[in-house]
Design a protein around this ligand. Structure first.
Ligand SMILES: C[S@@+](CC[C@H](N)C(=O)[O-])C[C@H]1O[C@@H](n2cnc3c(N)ncnc32)[C@H](O)[C@@H]1O
Length: 278
């Protein structure tokens, strides 16, 4: 089979983007080279590998895990089983944080539930003088977090630990910005998710009965770690804004603002901290 025939075949079975990505993985040829070398024959080994990948992909196994990397805001991140695949949705929370950080470039920032590290790494790369921390509990996700940090932003301080415990290690009033894309899918919805998502770790998705467990706990445990005037940023699941806004108000946050994605869904919330008088 030639490169061209292979691309056409994979395109019919999957789609164009997946076809070129798989051919690039197996042959090392980027899309332009694939076009220039379209009459080149694939060898037997390449042919077999492509058939194996196609079968795996058709069973619902995520393309991102097959490729072993995925792009987020212009950088490629290592991904694989055990870590959440970066989503474009997360860009909304990162952009909101960027907007708020513009005036305090040397900020202290912590990314809770860091996964592959896309949030911590992006903020560190955009704010070189910031002190950025990343917290992750799962061993498997830690493997990818450490790898991505060492390749893309070695200044990020990585902490293995539970966000429900680790807050004790930081002084009150330490951070300018706390950001998190925590697990936020309601438990009962997990089994009905798209096939691909079911290959992703449950620990990265399960947000408790209504999906808000992490928002409540993180707000409760970490609010005091912010300076007065510091900012909390959460990525949100669909329809969670009003509920999360209420928790934030109850704990003394003000200037609470929702940020929408291109489809009009509120995907992130930012809130400014003011310590409550006892
Ligand atoms: C929704 S994923 C987000 C990953 C990453 N921030 C992103 O945007 O792609 C949530 C992450 O939280 C981690 N996690 C779950 N429970 C945790 C806990 N108690 N403490 C720290 N991390 C936790 C999961 O392993 C997973 O990597």
């Amino acid at each position: 089979m030639t490169v061209f025939e292979c691309r056409r075949f994979l395109e019919q079975e999957l789609n164009y983007q997946e076809a070129v990505s798989i051919i690039e993985l197996v042959t090392g040829m980027d899309p332009l080279k694939q076009s220039l070398n379209r009459r080149q024959q694939l060898d037997d080994e390449q042919d077999k590998t492509i058939q194996r990948i196609l079968m795996k992909r058709q069973s619902g196994y995520p393309l991102q895990y097959i490729l072993g990397k995925w792009s987020f805001m212009g950088e490629d991140y290592f991904v694989g089983e055990g870590v959440l695949i970066p989503r474009d949705d997360t860009e909304v929370a990162v952009r909101a944080a960027e907007e708020l950080l513009k005036s305090s470039a040397a900020a202290r920032i912590i990314d809770l539930c860091s996964g592959s590290g896309i949030i911590a790494v992006t903020l560190q790369r955009r704010f070189a003088d910031a002190q950025v921390h990343a917290v992750e509990l799962s061993d498997r996700a830690m493997y990818f977090l450490e790898k991505n940090v060492s390749q893309l932003a070695p200044e990020v301080k990585v902490h293995r630990g539970d966000v429900f415990e680790l807050y004790r290690e930081f002084a009150d009033g330490y951070f300018d910005l706390i950001i998190s894309n925590p697990p936020y899918i309601p438990t009962a919805e997990l089994d009905g998710l798209q096939r691909e998502v079911r290959y992703e770790p449950r620990q990265a998705l399960d947000g408790g009965s209504d999906g808000t467990d992490f928002y409540i706990e993180i707000t409760d445990l970490w609010a005091k770690k912010l300076k007065t005037g510091g900012v909390l940023v959460f990525e949100l699941g669909e329809g969670q804004f009003e509920l999360v806004k209420k928790y934030l108000q109850d704990l003394g946050f003000h200037s609470i603002k929702g940020y929408k994605d291109l489809g009009g869904t509120v995907r992130a919330v930012t809130a400014v901290y003011r310590e409550l008088e006892n």
